[in-house]
Design a protein around this ligand. Structure first.
Ligand SMILES: *Cc1c(COP(=O)(O)O)cnc(C)c1O
Length: 364
C-alpha cells in the first residue's frame, strides 16, 4: 500500500472551470494553459478535461511533444518559445506554435536552414512594461520585418502579458498603460489578420476584459484565485483535493510543545493528530500555526512546524478523530487560497509544488 496521501483531480471541475473561462472570453478563443504539468494536476488529466479547448499553451518543449503524441490536433503554443537551435526541428515536426520574444530567437530562426515545406507559426511578444519577455513597442516593427523575411515563419499573433491584471490601477504600472503600450506597438505593424492575445485569468475575469482574439486561461481552470476575489466568487470549483490520513494521535498537557523547534506550546490539554503530509509532499513549510485543515470534514488548524513527512493538527474538539481519519489539506471544502494565505504564498505555488511522490488520481 502507498502512503495515504493522494491528490484527487476533479475532471468535472476542470471542465466546469473551462466553461466559465469560455463564457468570460466572449467571442475570443481560449488557450488552456497547461504548463507545469497542468499546474500540478497532471498533463494527461488536463488533456482529457480540456478536449473542448481551442488550444493548449505551456512552456515545456517535451510537454508540447507529449501533447502531440497523445493525438491532440488543435494548436499548441510554447509561451516562452523555443530555447535552443535543436528545439526548432521538433517544433516544426510537431507543428508547435512558438512565442518569439527576443532578437536571439530571431537569429536562431534566421540561421535554421528550414526546408521549403517547413512552417512555423510565431506569436510575437510585446513588452508592455512588465519587462520580462518581449520587444518594447518601438522595436516591434523591426522584429516583425525580420521574422517576415524568414520563409518558414508565419507571424500569426501579437501577444502581451499583464503585470497587474489583478490590480488594474496599480500605481507603478496600471493596466491601461500596458494596453496603451500594446496599441502603440500594434500601430507599427501593418499586417491584416494578425490576431492578438492579452488576457490571463485575472484579465479575463475583469468586469470589462481587454478585447482580444485569444484568452490564455491558467489558474482559473484549476479553481484557484487570480487576485483579491476568491475563486468561488466566479463560480470556479477546486480541481484538486489533496488529502491524507491521521497516522498517530498524541495527548499532551498544558505547557507541552509539538514538533521541531517546539514552536507550538499548548495552553491547555490537547489532542494532536499527526498527518502523513509534509513539505516533501509539497505542503508549504512556511505554513503558520492556525493554517486551516479539515479532519473528518471538520475545519481545524495546523499547529507546530511542518516537517518533511508530517504535520500536526489540533483535533481536541473532534472526538471521532482517530488513526485513519481523513484529512483534507486543500480542495473540496477548503479553498487552496485559504491555505496559501496562511503560508504567505499563492494557490498557484501550492498546486505546482505537489511532489512526485503524491499520487494523482482521477475523481469526480
Ligand atoms: C502562465 C501564463 C498564463 C496563465 O496565467 P494565469 O494567471 O494562470 O491565468 C498566461 N499567459 C502566459 C504568457 C503565461 O505564462
Amino acid at each position: 500500500m502507498p502512503r495515504p496521501i493522494c491528490a484527487t483531480i476533479h475532471l468535472s471541475a476542470l471542465k466546469h472551470n473551462y466553461q466559465i473561462a469560455r463564457q468570460h472570453a466572449g467571442s475570443a478563443k481560449v488557450w488552456a494553459v497547461v504548463k507545469a504539468n497542468a499546474y500540478g494536476h497532471g498533463l494527461h488529466f488536463a488533456l482529457q478535461a480540456f478536449d473542448d479547448a481551442d488550444g493548449l499553451a505551456l512552456v515545456e518543449v517535451d510537454g508540447a511533444i507529449k501533447i502531440r503524441q497523445s493525438g491532440w490536433n488543435k494548436p499548441v503554443l510554447l509561451l516562452e518559445g523555443f530555447f535552443h537551435a535543436d528545439d526548432l526541428p521538433l517544433v516544426v515536426q510537431h507543428q508547435i506554435d512558438v512565442a518569439v520574444h527576443c532578437d536571439e530567437q530571431i537569429a536562431l530562426l534566421e540561421q535554421a536552414g528550414f526546408a521549403p515545406s517547413d512552417v512555423i507559426q510565431v506569436h510575437l511578444k510585446v513588452n508592455g512594461g512588465m519587462n520580462r519577455l518581449g520587444f518594447k513597442p518601438d522595436a516591434v516593427a523591426a522584429a516583425f520585418q525580420r521574422l517576415s523575411a524568414i520563409s518558414a515563419v508565419q507571424v500569426v499573433e501579437l501577444m502581451m502579458h499583464f503585470a497587474n491584471a489583478d490590480d488594474p490601477s496599480n500605481a507603478n504600472l496600471p493596466l491601461a498603460e500596458q494596453l496603451r503600450q500594446f496599441e502603440q506597438a500594434r500601430s507599427t505593424v501593418h499586417h491584416s489578420g494578425l490576431q492578438i492575445s492579452l488576457a490571463n485569468s485575472a484579465a479575463n475575469l475583469l468586469d470589462t476584459p481587454p478585447v482580444n482574439d485569444w484568452v490564455r486561461a491558467g489558474i482559473m481552470l484549476y479553481g484557484g484565485s487570480s487576485g483579491k476575489e476568491s475563486a468561488a466568487t466566479f463560480g470556479l470549483l477546486p480541481a484538486m483535493t489533496l488529502a491524507s490520513e491521521l497516522i498517530a494521535i498524541q495527548h499532551i498537557a498544558a505547557g507541552e510543545s509539538v514538533g521541531y523547534g517546539s514552536r507550538y506550546v499548548a495552553a491547555k490539554a490537547m489532542k494532536i493528530g499527526v498527518v502523513a503530509c509534509g513539505y516533501a509532499d509539497g505542503y508549504p513549510r512556511h505554513a503558520a500555526d492556525g493554517t486551516p485543515v479539515l479532519v473528518n470534514g471538520v475545519r481545524t488548524v495546523m499547529v507546530g512546524r511542518v516537517s518533511m513527512d508530517m504535520i500536526t493538527v489540533d483535533v481536541t474538539d473532534i472526538p471521532d478523530a482517530r488513526v485513519g481519519s481523513v484529512v483534507t489539506l486543500w480542495g473540496q471544502g477548503l479553498p487552496i487560497d485559504d491555505v496559501a494565505r496562511a503560508a504567505d504564498t499563492i494557490g498557484y505555488e501550492l498546486m505546482c509544488a505537489v511532489a512526485q511522490r503524491v499520487q494523482l488520481v482521477a475523481g469526480d
